[in-house]
Design a protein around this ligand. Structure first.
Ligand SMILES: C[S@@+](CC[C@H](N)C(=O)[O-])C[C@H]1O[C@@H](n2cnc3c(N)ncnc32)[C@H](O)[C@@H]1O
Length: 439
């Protein structure tokens, strides 16, 4: 069972360490300490689950023809192998059903839903003027407006980090009548965003800049609030660090792409993560964001084809090199999959400086690729049951770090998972009465 911290008006899990550089004793402090404890305890339960079950979620079926856990759980391995394509796809698309199914074979997995869930933030209704969302794709607008609806009142300048066309910035400017500076490094998005803001006569300025630059930190210094919707790895790390260093009054962040960082191994943010005994690599962080919204049948088939061709090439390269080891292949342009399987393999072999023999039984290796793809999609199911737990662990690490640095923090969801699986949101408010800056 999840221990519930205070569920006030805004719901979400809440916490704040508030233990350093306190200038006066806050009467609400003990309540906040309890909230902080709840957040930390939730994190510890998640850490325990992930550490204990690492032998199940860590091995990657794509690169390992035989998984180490198969010998310990032969009944599960057998049942996975017997799944029909339809049942496999249904379990892949339905996390609760997947966990229930897996728990018949590994009862400890029944605990996953108790720790990988957070409450939804409550949303305030905003009436936007007619046509406000024109030029914003429907799904994107629903995400943006849901995020904006979960924000608490904002007064004073706001910075939007990695803003794209600043759809969120405009929703905030409209909702709170406050100026927004939106930082974005794609010049075209900046100019489209500026045009949309001008048309709506909103005080939203798009700045063409790299958020990793000193100029971006300078922009944030002028602001009271920082927001970011779906800012990737190192970009949201810089945001969190800059917010803390400059004692920005609030941060509302929905992180994504935890694996997009310069570091090959995950660098924990919080002391709690450093003490957790869980060390993650880039593949682990990638797993956290592997869940996608249900794709159209054609997209699903395309994904399967890519996977089958890569696996077919993998079988071939093992044979050619005489080494039964996975050979990492970089990401390839879409066009690489619009050719024949033989051409695809030729291209990849050249990239890996492998010489292909004149005669290769292409239909055989292509067929092998599809057989392996069918197996991988089944053997990945146990690992996929941990995607949300890993994602929440990464989000709580960020939240606990902000709490360690004197922010009052809440973690919740801002929209339904069908709208975007990246629906986790950190809301952090600097506590009044605390001196600025990290220790
Ligand atoms: C996933 S998109 C999110 C955009 C927007 N927040 C949204 O939800 O529609 C990430 C954005 O970050 C921008 N970006 C990537 N690297 C950046 C950098 N170093 N500085 C500023 N913006 C960057 C990209 O161009 C892209 O528009």
């Amino acid at each position: 069972m999840l221990i519930c911290a205070t569920r006030g008006k805004s719901a979400g899990w809440q916490g704040s360490a508030g233990t350093r550089r306190r200038t006066e004793f806050d009467t609400g402090l003990s309540q906040k300490m309890n909230q902080s404890t709840a957040l930390r305890e939730h994190f510890q339960r998640l850490s325990r689950l992930l550490v204990d079950q690492a032998p199940i979620w860590r091995p990657v079926p794509f690169s390992l023809p035989e998984l180490p856990w198969e010998s310990q759980h032969p009944a599960l391995a057998g049942a996975l192998g017997r799944l029909s394509d339809e049942h496999c796809a249904a379990l892949e698309a339905d996390q609760p059903a997947l966990v229930r199914w897996l728990a018949d074979y590994i009862p400890a997995l029944a605990h996953i839903p108790a720790v990988d869930t957070v409450p939804a933030f409550s949303a305030d209704r905003t009436d936007y003027p007619a046509g406000f969302e024109r030029d914003i794709p429907g799904r994107k607008w629903r995400q943006v407006s849901a995020f904006a609806a979960c924000l608490e009142h904002m007064e004073g300048p706001v910075v939007e980090w990695c803003a794209g066309k600043a759809h969120l910035g405009r929703a905030i400017a409209q909702r709170f009548s406050t100026p927004v500076t939106a930082l974005e490094w794609n010049a075209e998005l900046c100019s489209r965003g500026s045009e949309l803001s001008r048309r709506l006569q909103l005080d939203v300025t798009l700045r063409h800049c790299d958020v990793l630059s000193a100029a971006a930190a300078g922009e944030l210094r002028q602001a009271r609030h920082a927001v970011a919707l779906h800012a990737c790895g190192d970009l949201h790390r810089r945001l969190i660090e800059t917010v803390i260093a400059q004692a920005t009054a609030s941060l509302d962040l929905s992180p994504c792409c935890y694996h997009l960082t310069g570091a090959t191994h995950y660098q924990p943010y919080s002391q709690a993560a450093r003490d957790s005994g869980l060390a993650l690599n880039r593949d682990d962080c990638r797993l956290a964001v592997q869940e996608t919204v249900t794709a159209a049948a054609s997209n699903r088939r395309r994904r399967q084809q890519k996977s089958a061709w890569r696996l077919g090439f993998d079988a071939l390269q093992r044979r050619l090199r005489g080494v039964d080891d996975y050979l990492p292949v970089p990401s390839l342009p879409e066009s690489a999959f619009d050719t024949s399987f033989a051409d695809f393999c030729g291209r990849v072999a050249a990239l890996k400086q492998l010489t292909l023999p004149h005669r290769v039984d292409w239909p055989y290796y292509q067929h092998l690729g599809w057989l392996r793809q069918a197996r991988v999609s089944r053997m990945e199911l146990p690992r996929h049951a941990f995607r949300r737990a890993l994602e929440l662990w990464l989000v709580l690490d960020r939240a606990l770090y902000l709490a360690e640095c004197d922010y009052h923090v809440q973690v919740g969801t801002f929209c339904d998972r069908q709208l975007t699986p990246r629906n986790l949101m950190i809301r952090a408010h600097r506590q009044p009465g605390l001196v600025a800056g990290p220790a």
